[in-house]
Ligand binder design. Structure first.
Ligand code: DGJ
Length: 570
């Protein structure tokens, strides 16, 4: 990926600063008038697949989350150059309770207005993160007037009776204060965002507690000894347990289940109040547990970790999505988390992850393969990316390259990708170590993906680093759209479903575009392979690929290439 010269970056930074002049006062009337043109974004489900509808059509958020302290007038000019360089269509950025409500009941809307104004100037959408009661398990974003009164806005008490750095979900005063502030924020958004710049709102940030599995205060102890609410038992598949206590019902998981119930109830109440003011899609992000061996005590307890998703669904129905923050670089763990959060009752959305290398950025395609509605690596702004060492030549933007590569390819075709995915016609995958070929099944055709085949017809060995990624969508029975990097794609006749069921299909080496069907060899031929680009959301033909460009399948390298291919048999 090409890097910008230092001069270009300076121009971008200065330009952004000029655009970033604060002070837009958009009226409620203005917002209401525009609402007619722009319906409120919403999440819909059909046949077990989800889509985020923006302007009434499926939309894919190609996001970037800013660093935690970047949403200030002083720092936004270090955010936009990164968003532009990335070709991101959505910025995820916080709204800080401490800034929003500097005095009890007095709300400061200036930062909300500023970020809306700047997003519109940069033709970007926003996902706003409500840093309220919880931020990474602590109450660090509560306004100062609350922090100085821990006796009112109480902390979690651990097993030894000590206060920990985490808000108690039983602190009624904090709940009321957060509800009031969040509702004011959502009400304001409704008034000023008829353009629907904001697509979704995150309620709190990584809720839960580090350093204690739950609150052990006298009040909490009483509840813990009492019966588990019926809706929790039902959600957790223990509907027959009767009036069981938490320990009886959940054994070693009782403490974390109890805390999840308490936190989900608290957040659910805030979300319901905010949604009543303005029904935008809402989500909660999770600090994960190890998806293979996450024993209680080894992770942040209380948030929507995979083991307590049903509790969150039952207690916080105003939350549309429970979303994983994925900071697990190992392939097996990453893929497992995606699988755990893409559920019949939950769309997949990755609001935070790592994207600083191609190996990590490839997972965006794994998420697309599970119909993700959005993907957003964390920390993609220039507040920390400033020159490394004096005299060093590397572009301060180069850490964005791997994600930019994805967004450059998918950005122009994002509406088609989201629609085809919602319709169940798209599959996507990323390279997995030790699996040099993968097969995607499309009715009478299999798409065979090979990694590390070399330039001509070599055997797939896998790339030196796993960085291959691809999406394939079926446009017609024999026509496919293909886009990706660092792999080769071919198509193999798959026979009919009846023939497959009867075991009448024999594939050769696995990489060959031919199969033995009912004892006879059937070979794929390319009828027409078109290379093109997406312009204004539509595929525009550029040239026909043939000869060396197709004789060994469709080779996808480091360039953002989109191919539309028709296949037949002989
Ligand atoms: C996850 C949190 O949600 C983010 O706000 C941030 O703190 C990252 N971890 C790590 O920097």
């Amino acid at each position: 990926m090409k890097t910008l010269s230092l001069l270009k970056i300076l121009v971008a930074l200065v330009g952004s600063a000029v655009c970033g002049v604060a002070g837009m006062a958009q009226t409620a009337a203005n917002g209401t008038a525009r609402a007619k043109e722009h319906p409120i974004p919403r999440i819909v489900e059909k046949d077990g697949r989800y889509a985020l509808l923006v302007d009434s059509a499926p939309y894919l958020m190609l996001g970037a989350q800013s660093n935690n302290s970047s949403d200030w007038p002083a720092t936004l000019d270090k955010v936009w150059p990164a968003i532009e360089y990335l070709h991101a269509n959505t910025l995820e950025t916080p709204i800080y309770w401490e800034q929003f409500e500097p005095e009890p009941g007095k709300f400061d809307y200036s930062q909300v207005d500023l970020i809306l104004k700047q997003a519109r100037e940069h033709h970007a959408h926003l996902v706003l993160l409500w840093f309220g009661t919880w931020k990474n398990g602590s109450q660090h974003y509560m306004p100062e007037w609350m922090k100085v009164k821990p006796e009112i806005y109480t902390h979690v008490t651990n097993k030894n009776g000590e206060l920990v750095d985490s808000p108690s979900p039983f602190a009624q005063a904090a709940l009321e204060a957060d509800k009031r502030a969040f509702t004011a924020f959502m009400k304001h958004l409704k008034e000023v965002d008829g353009e629907r710049t904001v697509l979704m709102v995150q309620v709190e940030n990584e809720t839960g507690t580090w350093g204690a599995m739950r609150d052990y205060s006298p009040e909490a102890e009483k509840l813990f000894a009492g019966p588990v609410p019926a809706e929790v038992l039902k959600a957790m598949g223990k509907g027959d347990a009767g009036a069981a206590s938490w320990r009886e019902a959940f054994g070693a998981e009782a403490d974390v289940d109890f805390h999840a119930w308490a936190v989900a109830k608290y957040v659910g109440e805030i979300a319901a109040a905010g949604k009543a003011a303005y029904p935008l899609p809402l989500y909660v992000n999770a600090a994960l547990r190890d998806p293979f061996k996450g024993a209680p005590g080894s992770y942040e307890s209380g948030g929507p970790t995979d083991n307590v998703l049903p509790i969150w669904k039952a207690e916080a129905p105003a939350i549309d999505v429970l979303a994983p923050d994925i900071y697990l670089p190992e392939t097996a763990s990453y893929l497992k988390v995606l699988e755990l959060y893409r559920r019949a009752d939950n769309p997949l959305f990755v609001p935070e992850t790592m994207g600083s290398s191609r190996t990590l950025a490839r997972f965006m395609f794994s998420a697309l393969g599970l119909q993700a509605i959005g993907y957003s690596p964390f920390g993609l702004d220039l507040t920390r990316a400033l020159p490394v060492r004096p005299g060093e030549n590397e572009s301060p933007l180069s850490f964005l390259d791997a994600t930019a590569e994805n967004y450059k390819l998918i950005g122009p075709m994002m509406r088609d990708v989201a629609r085809l995915n919602f319709e169940g016609k798209l599959q996507a995958t990323a390279e997995v170590e030790g699996e040099p070929t993968q097969t995607l099944h499309f009715g009478d055709w299999d798409a065979v993906i090979s990694y590390g085949t070399g330039r001509r017809g070599g055997t797939a060995k896998g790339n030196a680093e796993p960085q291959g990624r691809v999406l394939v969508a079926q446009l017609r029975e024999n026509q496919f759209l293909v886009a990706g990097y660092f792999c080769r794609v071919d198509f193999r006749p798959a026979g009919s479903e009846a023939q497959r069921k009867a075991g009448q299909i024999v594939n050769g080496t696995g990489q060959e575009p031919s199969a033995q069907i009912d004892g006879k060899w059937v070979h794929r031929q390319f009828l027409r392979v078109e290379e093109g680009t997406y312009v204004d959301g539509e595929f525009k033909f550029a040239r026909i690929l043939n000869g060396d460009q197709t004789d060994w399948g469709l080779g996808l390298g480091a360039e953002p290439v989109v191919v539309r291919v028709s296949v037949g048999t002989y």
